[in-house]
Write a protein that binds this ligand. Structure first.
Ligand code: FE2
Length: 232
C-alpha cells in the first residue's frame, strides 16, 4: 500500500508490485503496512488506511491484474496489542485469528514470551514476523522452539534465505527450515526494486534443498489456511 510507510511511494509502484507478484505465481496477497510503530501515537488501522486499502484493491482490479488483495498489518509489539486488536485499532490478517507481530531486533526473549502469551490468552494466534532477524534467536535457538511450542506461528523473509539481512539471519533461517521451526515464508515486500514481492526463488530453493511438499506447505498451504482462518 503506497504512501503509508517505508513501502511503495506511489500507486504506480504498488501496481508494479502487484504485477510482479502475479507474474511470479502469487494469486493472493495480504498487505501488511507497519503499524503501532515506535514514535508514532496513532499508527493504527484507521479510516485513512481502510480507504487506501480499498483504493489499491480497486486499482489492481481495474489494471486487469487477477490478484486478490486482502487486508492486514505488520504490528509492532508495543503496548497492549491484544486490547488494540480487540477494539479494532489493530487488525489481523484478513480478519482471521492470526495477527502478524514484529519485535525490536534486540528485544529480550523474556519480553517476547510475555507479549506473545498476552496475545495468545485472548484467543489470537500470533505469527512472529521474521524471527531469524532477532538477536535472541541467534543467541539461543531454543527460545524460538519455545515460542513454537507455545502455539505461535513463525514466518521467514525470502530475503533472509538470500542473505539480504546478513549472515546471522541467513543461518537462522536455514536452521529454522532444518528444524521445521517455520510455518510461512513471505516476501516482506517493500518496493518493486528492492525487497520485492517475488516468492518463486524461495519456493525453488526449499523444493531443491528440502522437498516440494515442504515448499508448498510454507508458501501455499499454510498461508492459505491463515487467510481462511483455518487451523495450522
Ligand atoms: Fe518487520
Amino acid at each position: 500500500m503506497y504512501g503509508v510507510d517505508d513501502g511503495a511511494d506511489t500507486m504506480a509502484e504498488t501496481l508494479e508490485m502487484a504485477k510482479m507478484a502475479y507474474r511470479n505465481g502469487t494469486r493472493v496477497i495480504a498487505v501488511t503496512p507497519h503499524s503501532n510503530t515506535p514514535g508514532s501515537k496513532n499508527n493504527f488501522w484507521h479510516e485513512g488506511l481502510c480507504e487506501r486499502f480499498l483504493e489499491v484493491k480497486n486499482a489492481v482490479k481495474e489494471a486487469g491484474i487477477p490478484l486478490q488483495i486482502l487486508s492486514g498489518q505488520e504490528i509492532f509489539a508495543k503496548g497492549e496489542v491484544a486490547e488494540l486488536l480487540k477494539n479494532g485499532d489493530l487488525i489481523t490478517l484478513n480478519g482471521s485469528r492470526y495477527p502478524l507481530i514484529e519485535f525490536p531486533f534486540k528485544e529480550r526473549s523474556e519480553n517476547v514470551f510475555k507479549k506473545l502469551e498476552s496475545v495468545l490468552a485472548e484467543g489470537y494466534v500470533p505469527i512472529v514476523a521474521h524471527p531469524e532477524r532477532y538477536e535472541f534467536v541467534t543467541e539461543n535457538f531454543d527460545s524460538l522452539i519455545k515460542i513454537q511450542k507455545m502455539g505461535c506461528l513463525l514466518q521467514i523473509n525470502t530475503g533472509s534465505l538470500e542473505g539480504n539481512f546478513g549472515r546471522g539471519a541467513k543461518a537462522n533461517a536455514k536452521k529454522m527450515l532444518n528444524h521445521h521451526a517455520v510455518h510461512v515464508v513471505a516476501s516482506d515486500a517493500h518496493s518493486p526494486y528492492v525487497r520485492t514481492p517475488v516468492l518463486g526463488d524461495a519456493h525453488e530453493y526449499i523444493s531443491e534443498n528440502y522437498s516440494t511438499d515442504f515448499a508448498d506447505r510454507l508458501l501455499l498451504k499454510n498461508p492459505k489456511a491463515i487467510l481462511e482462518n483455518k487451523t495450522i
